[in-house]
Unconditional design. Structure first.
Length: 294
């Protein structure tokens, strides 16, 4: 049977997300492998990996809220906004109180505009921003709308500030620390970052790649339905409907049908992602011939 599922990996600090993907790839070849949401080498924590056809649904995991524990050094600046860059300690930097920081954080909850860091993977005229920055070119990225669902101070002992943040996809946590520091008249660099959750995928349930072998990796995989659960309605299909979807044909949709729907078989396995078309029928946007138990 083809491999089709998700892995919740605890990425260690010091490794790129690509390195972790390559570790898994060696265990599942020739199956494809892809991850949802890059973690910088400095960062550790939850990295969700799709195997086989599950690489086609990691985009849904990327849409889920993300939780982080981030540590910052106040009174410091860096070209990369973290300790991986050239760090400078500010002379006579103000030392904000815990109350000042709490009030500033409260102002940053909700939908806000955030200017991405110059050292990011965003593209400018086809080139990565970090490549331009490393080449000494000016990088001016437009602010983007993000949402901070929750943020709270865990520990504060100047210059070290530790914060838990729950945020939308597209949020740069190091830039959150930069903007928070600016609110209280100083600067900050991120010294550590741990992703504690992506949606329902938590750090407590994450596994180390060292625990995985060719023999046990299939048993460690999670159902791909977890990638879509809560993001779109689910509908159990009949066998004739599944056959039509497998042939690239449409199936009837009810009058109140949603724009998108996850199709499951009677064993609760993910069969397809359906789109509602103008003809009032569901058409398969993605079809998965090899299911996985829900």
């Amino acid at each position: 049977m083809s491999l089709f599922g998700l892995l919740n990996i605890n990425k260690p600090s010091g490794l790129t997300s690509r390195h972790v993907v390559d570790q898994v790839l060696r265990l599942v070849k020739p199956a494809k492998v892809g991850h949802a949401g890059t973690l910088d080498p400095l960062a550790s924590g939850v990295l969700v990996i799709g195997i086989g056809q599950a690489t086609r649904i990691v985009e849904y995991v990327q849409q889920m809220p993300k939780c982080y524990r981030a540590t910052f050094l106040l009174g410091h600046t860096s070209d990369t906004e973290d300790i991986e860059g050239v760090v400078t300690i500010l002379r006579d930097a103000p030392r904000p109180s815990r109350t000042e920081l709490d009030l500033a954080i409260a102002e940053m909850i909700g939908e806000i505009e955030q200017r991405p860091p110059a050292y990011s993977a965003l593209k400018i005229s086809g080139r990565r921003a970090y490549a331009l920055a490393r080449a000494g070119e000016a990088v001016d990225l437009a602010p983007r709308k993000i949402e901070i669902y929750r943020a709270e101070i865990v520990h504060y002992d100047y210059p070290e500030l530790c914060i838990n943040v729950e945020c939308s996809s597209g949020t740069y946590v190091r830039s959150f620390g930069r903007d928070l520091a600016e609110q209280v008249g100083t600067a900050a660099v991120m010294s550590a970052l741990e992703r504690t959750a992506i949606g329902r995928f938590t750090l407590e349930e994450a596994i180390d790649t060292g625990q995985l072998t060719r023999e046990n990796i299939a048993g460690q995989m999670l159902s791909p339905t977890l990638a879509i659960r809560g993001l779109m309605p689910e509908r159990v299909m009949t066998e004739p409907e599944i056959q039509r979807l497998g042939n690239g044909l449409s199936i009837a949709a009810p009058p109140d049908a949603p724009a998108h729907c996850a199709a499951l078989d009677e064993a609760n396995r993910l069969v397809a992602i359906l789109d509602l078309h103008a003809d009032g029928a569901f058409w398969p946007a993605k079809y998965f011939p090899s299911g996985f138990p829900g």
